[in-house]
Design a protein around this ligand. Sequence first.
Ligand code: 5GP
Length: 213
Amino acid sequence: MRNYTLNSWKKDTKATKKPDYKSRMNGKLIIFSAPSGAGKTTIVKQLLERGLNLEFSISATSRTPRPNEVHGRDYYFISENEFKTRVSAGEFLEWEEVYSGICYGTLKSEVDRICSQGKNVIFDVDVVGGLNIKKHFGDRALAIFVQPPSVEELRIRLQNRQTETAEKIAMRVAKAEYEMTFAPQFDVIVVNQNLETAVNEAEKLVRDFIATA
Ligand code: 5GP
């Protein structure tokens, strides 16, 4: 489902995935990835309240904010041009054109900002971005895949959210089917059948991981 309209630009900017970048401090990296609508954002928000010394990595995106979203809290909302400039400047740890014409990326400065405060970083990113971050940080990162009970359930959740048009929901569902195929590459899969159970399971995984040397 990935759309490659910006690919020629991407090929010119391989420097964004420099393998030599390491954040300066030693916090742990907790990665949450999932098909859209699987509940990962809700799980991430709840984990932030559970005393795990976590801070959210605020991604940059070229999409427009939804009602209730705040620049600098949910995302750094920037124009496509600014996004491209910052890709060329090597400011991203990873970035993806998650939807056609819409880019999302993790800024190296975010990881540094959080780790320099002695905190652990929690990411809410797409499956490809999540695996790239895991590859980059290895054992310092825990990559968790949040799986919806089924694709049909996912469609219902997206419809109930009422933030997207029918066309966009169809696009996200099709993409979700593709994204599910990445699940086995993650360190662990949490099935979000029941939100409270999934949050508790995720909390235990994160707590245990942070406690390891
Ligand atoms: P939404 O537009 O619904 O907020 O996010 C769409 C998708 O983009 C979600 O799967 C979200 O996790 C992903 N995403 C958000 N930030 C990043 C990022 O920094 N990098 C990547 N690769 N994906 C991201």
